[in-house]
Every structure is written in structure tokens, then in C-alpha cells.
Design a protein around this ligand. Structure first.
Ligand code: OGA
Ligand code: MN
Length: 264
């Protein structure tokens, strides 16, 4: 197995590994620590069936059912991100952390490209620990004590999935500390964050977009160009991601979500 960082500060490629077979415990340790270090790992040409994808995801956490998206036939855990009609769905084409409207948002997700358009449909990733590090110490100090309200309903719109999303908004720290690396990570996003609790509306108008839009800086990003059968697994505590809505042919992805942990 060979782990090679991308040319960016987020993401690494893993080569010479077959995720359809059991992975030895030394390799598991190496993968998990690379995942924490680089935020997202890419495995080319894996072509996993549902059972294999769930087993591969379990290297990084506990695969759990995700009630907010339809599953593949025959699996309760693998679900389908289905843009079969060639029309990108809106939500994930905003920089976001997955499901921050849950009290314990997923620790991470593993996505596999099943069917891709002939061009387009890349996914971008941004390091939220590098985003925090890019701020001045004064701003870092100021935002560390703040909390923000997250809700899923508003921007996701009136799809059937949104109906199941909890009614109540949840609060999370604006800066979370990664439970393993101890790194501080920005934990607000334009898709789900409604406002910073301790600030008044005018202050929110100025500060919240500034924090959410740190992910827009190219030097914090990596852009992954998919091929069918590729796998990406991201650490939802330390990176945000963005689905590029620049295609008009079918794009189908299979996703496995990992159980969340407390946001602290
Ligand atoms: C997701 C997501 C991005 C993509 O699965 O949570 O945002 O490019 N996907 O499909
Ligand atoms: Mn997402």
C-alpha cells in the first residue's frame, strides 16, 4: 500500500490496495492515521459492491443507515445519490459539512462513483483546520467561544428527504476540536448554519459569511476528478466538500455514512 499526498494541503491518494478484500490491521492503522492527517483519501478503480463498500467504510468508523436518502436495492446502509436525469441537485453544490443539523453529524462519508457524466461532476474538498489556522490570533480567540445554530430544512428545499429532517435546529461550536488530531476546525457552512447565537443580526451578517467562505480559498482546497469505480472517504469533522454542478448527463454515486461523534 502506498499513500501519496495530493499537491494540496488536503487529500491523499492510496494505491496498491484492494478494498474488496479484508485489510490487515497494520494497514488499517496506517489508513486511519492518513485519513486524520489529510482529511480525505482517494482510492482509484475499486468497483465495490454494497457489501464491500460497507466493509471498506468500517475501516474509518461505524457505517450506519442514513434516513435522509434512498438506499440501493438490497442494502439498508448504502444509499444512492442519484442524478440520473443529468440535473445536479442543489444542496451539495454549496460548500458544506454533511448533516450538521444532526446533534452528532456523521464522522465521515465514503462515496463511490458508479456512473459519471462524460465531463464535469468533480468534487472539491477544503481543509477546515487550515481555514482556522489562516485567521489572525485575535479572530481565532474571539470565535472559539461561539456557538451557531444549524438546520437542514431551509436550503435543502421541498424534497421528500427534507421531510424527515429534524424540525429543531441544533447548536454546535463554531470551532470544533478534532477528537484525534486536536486540530481546531471551522464548523459553520452556508448550507445549514442559520446564525451565530451570541451575535446580533448585523454582526452575523458580517462574520458568518466570512467564516463560511474561508472554504472558497483555492489554497485550502483540492479538486478530485472522478473515474467510475473510484472511492473517496472524507473526515466530516475537518473538511468541507462541494459537488460541482457543471454536467448534464447522468451521475450516480453510492454513499456510506459513518456514525457521528459529539461536537466539542
Ligand atoms: C455527499 C456529497 C458530493 C458529490 O455525498 O455528501 O456532498 O460530489 N457529495 O456527489
Ligand atoms: Mn455532502
Amino acid at each position: 500500500m502506498k499513500i501519496t499526498p495530493t499537491n494540496s494541503l488536503v487529500g491523499a491518494y492510496v494505491e496498491d490496495i484492494d478494498l474488496s478484500a479484508p485489510v490487515e490491521s497494520d494497514a488499517v492503522d496506517e489508513l486511519v492515521s492518513a485519513w486524520h492527517k489529510w482529511g480525505v483519501l482517494f482510492f482509484r478503480n475499486q468497483n465495490l459492491n454494497d457489501e464491500q463498500q460497507v466493509a471498506a467504510a468500517s475501516i474509518f468508523g461505524d457505517p450506519v443507515p442514513y434516513d435522509f436518502a434512498p438506499t440501493t436495492e438490497g442494502s439498508e446502509i448504502v444509499h444512492k445519490i442519484d442524478n440520473e436525469d443529468g440535473k445536479p441537485k442543489g444542496g451539495s453544490s454549496n460548500w458544506h459539512t454533511d448533516a450538521t443539523w444532526l446533534k452528532e453529524p456523521p464522522r465521515g462519508s465514503m462515496l463511490q462513483a458508479i456512473k459519471l457524466p462524460s465531463s464535469g461532476g468533480d468534487t472539491l474538498f477544503a481543509s477546515m483546520s487550515a481555514a482556522f489556522d489562516s485567521l489572525s490570533p485575535s479572530t481565532q480567540n474571539f470565535i472559539e467561544g461561539l456557538t451557531a445554530l444549524h438546520h437542514g430544512g431551509s436550503k435543502l428545499g421541498a424534497n421528500r428527504i427534507a421531510k424527515k429532517i429534524p424540525e429543531d435546529a441544533v447548536s454546535h461550536p463554531v470551532v470544533r476540536t478534532h477528537p484525534v488530531t486536536g486540530k481546531k476546525c471551522i464548523f459553520v457552512n452556508r448550507l445549514f448554519t442559520q446564525g451565530i447565537n451570541e451575535l446580533n443580526p448585523r454582526e452575523n451578517e458580517a462574520l458568518l459569511p466570512m467564516l463560511c467562505d474561508l472554504s472558497l480559498r483555492p489554497e485550502l482546497q483540492f479538486r478530485f476528478q472522478w473515474e467510475e469505480g473510484d472511492i473517496a472517504v472524507w473526515d466530516n469533522r475537518s473538511v468541507q466538500h462541494y459537488a460541482t454542478p457543471d454536467y448534464s448527463e447522468a451521475r450516480v454515486m453510492h454513499r456510506v455514512v459513518l456514525a457521528g461523534d459529539p461536537v466539542e
